[in-house]
Design a protein around this ligand. Structure first.
Ligand SMILES: [Zn+2]
Length: 414
C-alpha cells in the first residue's frame, strides 16, 4: 500500500469538492457527482469493471483467481460543510488496495470496491440509503415522500440520478459471491486521540435506544406557589437527567445523552407543568443496553414521584448492537500492530454502512484517530502519520482476508 497516493487523492478531492467552508459532497447533488467523476478517473487506470447498481452505489470489480470476492469501500458523500476524511478516507484507501492488488498481479479471489450512495442522509435525513437498500432493510414507502429543505421529494430527486426507489432493493444481488466486507474510517471521536494511538480495530456498532419522555405536573404561579406545594416538571426532569448520567457511568462502555429538554409554558413567572426530554442510549452489548434502558425508566419514574409528577416514556427508534466478525477482527488486530499501532479494539458509536453489511456477510472496520476529535465539521482532521498507519493496517487486513478466502474460509455468499 502506498499511503502517498491515498493522501494525494484525498487532497485533490478536497480541492475539487471543498473549500474554506469544508466538504460539499452532499449526496444527490452536482458536487457529489463531481467527487464520483474524480473517483472514476482513478478507477479508469485499473483493470476493473465499473458500474452503478439500482440504489446508486458505485462498484468497481477486479477479477481474482478463485471464486467470489472481498468487498472494500466506504462513501464519498459528505454532510454540507463537512470534513475532508469522513467517508473519503475509506474509499480512497480501498482504491489503493485495488491498485496494490493490480500491481502484484491477479488477486487470489476477486476484489470489489464499493462507494455507497447517501451514507450521510444529509439532504433527506435518511442515513445509509445505499447500503441498507443493498442489505434489504430499506422500505421504499418509508423514504419516498421524504422532502429536502426546498420541499423536493426523495423519489423525484433520485429519479434524476437514475435511481428508482422501488427497485433500489435489487442492488442486493451485488452481494452474491461476497466473502467479506472491510471498511476504513476516521473515528470521529476522542478515544484514540486520548490514548495517543494512531489506529484501532472496530468491534461493531453500538445498539441504540431512543425515547421521548414526557413529565406532567401542574403549571402554577411562581410567586404564589410555596416550594413544597409544587409539581414542577423541570425539577423532575433535571433529577432524572442527572440519574441517567449515573446510569451511563455505571455501565462501562455505554453512553446516555439527554439531547433536549423543553418546558411549558416556558415563562419566567410559571412553574413548568409539562417538560419533554429526548433520551439517546447506546451500548455494544444487548443485555447492557436493555439494563441501561430499564434503569433510565426507573430513574424517570422515581424523579416524577419525588416531585408529584407523572411520566410517560415513548419509544422513538432503536437498533440492536451489530457485532463484527471474530475472524476479521483478529486479522485487523494483527494488522494494526504490524502497522505500528497497539492491540486496541473499540466499538463504534456512530452507525456506518458496515453495520448494514455485517447483517449479511463477515465484516470488520478499522479506525484512524480523529484529532481534533470532531467530525461533520470542516475542523475534522487526523495527523498524517496516523493516516499512514490506517492505510498500512487496512492493506494488511485485506491481504489476510484474501489469503483466508483463498484457503477456503469465508465462503462466498449464495
Ligand atoms: Zn462516514
Amino acid at each position: 500500500m502506498n499511503a502517498d497516493r491515498v493522501l494525494a487523492d484525498l487532497r485533490e478531492l478536497a480541492n475539487l469538492t471543498g473549500g474554506p467552508d469544508g466538504a460539499r459532497r452532499v449526496c444527490w447533488t452536482d458536487e457529489w457527482v463531481k467527487a464520483r467523476d474524480f473517483l472514476r478517473t482513478r478507477l479508469d487506470e485499473l483493470p476493473v469493471e465499473v458500474s452503478v447498481d439500482e440504489a446508486g452505489n458505485l462498484w468497481a470489480a477486479m477479477e481474482g483467481a478463485g471464486e467470489g470476492f472481498v468487498i472494500v469501500g466506504s462513501h464519498t458523500d459528505s454532510v454540507p460543510a463537512g470534513g475532508w476524511l469522513d467517508g473519503a478516507l475509506g474509499v480512497f484507501t480501498a482504491l489503493e488496495a485495488l491498485r496494490s492488488q493490480a500491481e502484484s498481479g491477479r488477486p487470489p479471489v476477486g476484489v470489489r470496491l464499493v462507494d455507497w450512495a447517501d451514507e450521510e442522509g444529509a439532504r433527506f435525513g435518511r442515513s445509509l440509503f445505499g447500503s441498507s437498500a443493498c442489505a434489504g432493510t430499506l422500505d421504499p414507502d418509508e423514504v419516498r415522500d421524504l422532502r429536502d429543505k426546498d420541499g423536493e421529494r426523495l423519489e423525484d430527486v433520485l429519479a434524476r440520478y437514475d435511481v428508482d426507489v422501488d427497485r433500489a432493493g435489487e442492488s442486493g444481488s451485488r452481494l452474491r459471491g461476497a466473502r467479506a466486507y472491510i471498511e476504513g474510517h476516521i473515528e470521529q471521536g476522542p478515544v484514540l486521540e486520548s490514548k495517543g494511538e494512531p489506529a484501532a480495530t472496530v468491534l461493531g456498532t453500538f445498539g441504540v435506544e431512543r425515547h421521548h419522555a414526557v413529565f406532567t405536573g401542574e403549571t402554577a404561579h411562581a410567586g404564589a406557589t410555596p416550594m413544597r406545594m409544587r409539581r414542577d416538571t423541570f425539577m423532575a426532569t433535571s433529577q432524572a437527567a442527572l440519574a441517567i448520567r449515573e446510569v451511563g457511568l455505571r455501565h462501562e462502555g455505554g453512553v446516555c445523552t439527554v439531547g433536549r429538554a423543553t418546558s411549558e409554558p416556558g415563562v419566567i413567572t410559571a412553574v413548568p407543568g409539562r417538560t419533554e426530554m429526548l433520551l439517546d442510549q447506546r451500548h455494544l452489548d444487548p443485555d447492557e443496553l436493555a439494563a441501561m434502558l430499564s434503569e433510565a425508566r426507573e430513574a424517570c419514574e422515581q424523579a416524577a414521584a419525588d416531585h408529584g409528577c407523572e411520566v410517560e416514556l415513548n419509544h422513538i427508534w432503536s437498533i440492536p448492537p451489530i457485532p463484527f466478525d471474530d475472524r476479521l477482527i483478529a486479522f485487523a488486530r494483527e494488522a494494526v500492530q504490524a502497522a505500528g499501532g497497539k492491540d486496541t479494539a473499540i466499538p463504534s458509536g456512530p452507525l456506518h454502512d458496515a453495520a448494514e453489511m455485517a447483517r449479511l456477510i463477515p465484516t470488520v472496520m478499522l479506525f484512524s484517530s480523529s484529532s481534533p476529535p470532531v467530525s461533520h465539521t470542516k475542523a475534522e482532521d487526523t495527523p498524517e502519520a496516523d493516516l499512514r498507519v490506517l492505510v498500512d493496517a487496512y492493506g494488511r487486513t485485506v491481504e489476510a482476508t484474501l489469503a483466508s478466502a483463498a484457503a477456503g474460509d469465508l465462503p462466498p455468499r449464495e
